[in-house]
Design a protein around this ligand. Structure first.
Ligand SMILES: *Cc1c(COP(=O)(O)O)cnc(C)c1O
Length: 406
């Protein structure tokens, strides 16, 4: 099939729910992907942050090949060697005290499990989430997600969810009642615009939850596995939640969701109360084992920290030269650049120039590159962005002051 035929078939047969960009990606390696015409792109979207060890990491490829020839499918009601290996690896790298795991297939599912376990453990219904939060789009996760455009068409949602202003301990404290099971929070809000909380917020949250005997759930679906410069973002503040949700990057690009909790919390779920047919399937587990090995052996969290600081510094430099940049935010290789206007044009133009960038809301450019991205590639991204922002500024100047030189 040629480019046109591929696009036409997807347009015709696929539910029209993704904001499509006009490229057909057919191949990837490290931080580079190629389209059907052989054009290369630097992938600062990393498939929405899933390709943390890079596209087609050799270790992950090898593990998938080996496992595909051995055993692809094995339900959780039977024991399996690679699943057992993965569970041990996850506990080894997880914050101390988190040691019981439920395996699923996506971020939303990881959150669903957290919601159910919080209700079951506490015997209470209410979940407090943050305004601006994103936790996924299945009905439970969606009830915790903030954005009205995702929620409103699907009401009634799951009852007993409430949202409080982010980064505000007093509001959380006020919101907690004797019906509250848990506070659910992204340590750094991703979809909500790449927002790092003020110093003391997460620690304060931990203290409030302890005091009020409410569970603290961290959604690290986007921040987990090295993205922010530590294996988990909660390590930056030395806080351990009661339940931790992971997904996106955990299996080298294959689907996997992980909910990891304190033993007594997860123990509240009894046999049959929460299961998933594909959860913990050997193929995804083998890929996840290899991805964790690569993450540790190649010291990718450290790399995210070093290269992230460099990248952020370069973006700050751009800010000094471009009025239209309002703010540069982020930690490690999870970065956001807030513009003074809608970013769509900029995204399309950088794409034409061989750089894939994400948005996070209307005004924010978001960077979630594989942690194996090279410094030279970051430099290239900066120079493309520099050029595109310059063109945008000129374009805007012309259209906003049409008669100035007339
Ligand atoms: C992406 C994301 C989710 C949802 O993950 P899916 O795999 O798309 O269901 C949940 N929480 C956060 C913080 C995310 O970034």
């Amino acid at each position: 099939m040629n480019e046109r035929e591929i696009i036409d078939a997807e347009t015709k047969f696929m539910a029209n729910v993704y904001a499509k960009k006009p490229v057909v990606i057919v191949k990837g390696k490290g931080a580079t992907v190629w389209d059907v015409n052989g054009k290369a792109y630097i992938d600062c979207a990393g498939s929405y942050g899933t390709c943390i060890v890079g596209h087609c990491h050799p270790k992950v490829v090898e593990a998938i090949k080996r496992q595909a020839e051995t055993l692809i499918s094995c339900h959780g009601s039977l024991y399996n060697d690679v699943r057992s290996e993965l569970l041990q690896k996850i506990v080894q790298i997880s914050p101390k005290g988190l040691n019981k795991i439920f395996l699923s297939n996506s971020g939303a599912e990881a959150v669903e499990c957290a919601i159910k376990v919080a209700r079951k453990f506490t015997g209470k219904p209410e979940i407090i989430a943050m305004m601006g939060a994103f936790h996924g789009k299945t009905m439970g996760a969606l009830s915790a997600t903030w954005d009205k455009k995702y929620r409103d068409p699907f009401t009634p949602l799951v009852p007993e969810f409430k949202h409080v202003p982010p980064d505000n301990l007093e509001k959380v404290e006020e919101a907690i009642t004797d019906k509250t099971a848990a506070v659910l929070v992204e340590p750094i809000r991703g979809e909500g615009g790449v927002r790092v909380p003020p110093e003391g917020f997460l620690k304060g949250l931990r203290e409030i939850c302890d005091e009020k005997k409410v569970l603290l759930i961290f959604d690290e679906v986007q921040t987990g596995f090295g993205r922010t410069g530590k294996i988990f973002a909660c390590e930056h503040w030395q806080i351990t939640p009661d339940v931790l949700c992971l997904a996106k990057s955990v299996a080298g690009g294959l689907p996997m969701g992980i909910t990891i909790a304190k033993e007594e919390v997860m123990a509240s779920l009894k046999v049959g109360e929460h299961t998933s047919t594909f959860g913990g399937n050997p193929l995804a587990c083998a890929a996840a084992c290899a991805a964790i090995d690569a993450l540790i052996e190649e010291r990718l969290p450290e790399r995210a920290s070093t290269l992230g600081s460099y990248f952020k510094g370069q973006l700050e430099n751009l800010k000094t030269r471009h009025e239209i940049i309002r703010e540069v935010r982020g930690l490690g290789l999870m970065l956001g650049v807030e513009l003074r206007f809608d970013v769509l044009n900029v995204l399309m133009k950088t794409l034409e120039n061989g750089v894939i960038i994400l948005d996070a809301g209307k005004n924010v450019l978001r960077f979630l590159p594989p942690l194996v991205i090279e410094k030279a590639q970051i430099d290239r991204v900066i120079s493309v962005l520099d050029k595109v922002l310059e063109e945008e500024e000129h374009g805007r100047l012309r259209s906003s002051t049409p008669n100035q030189n007339a």
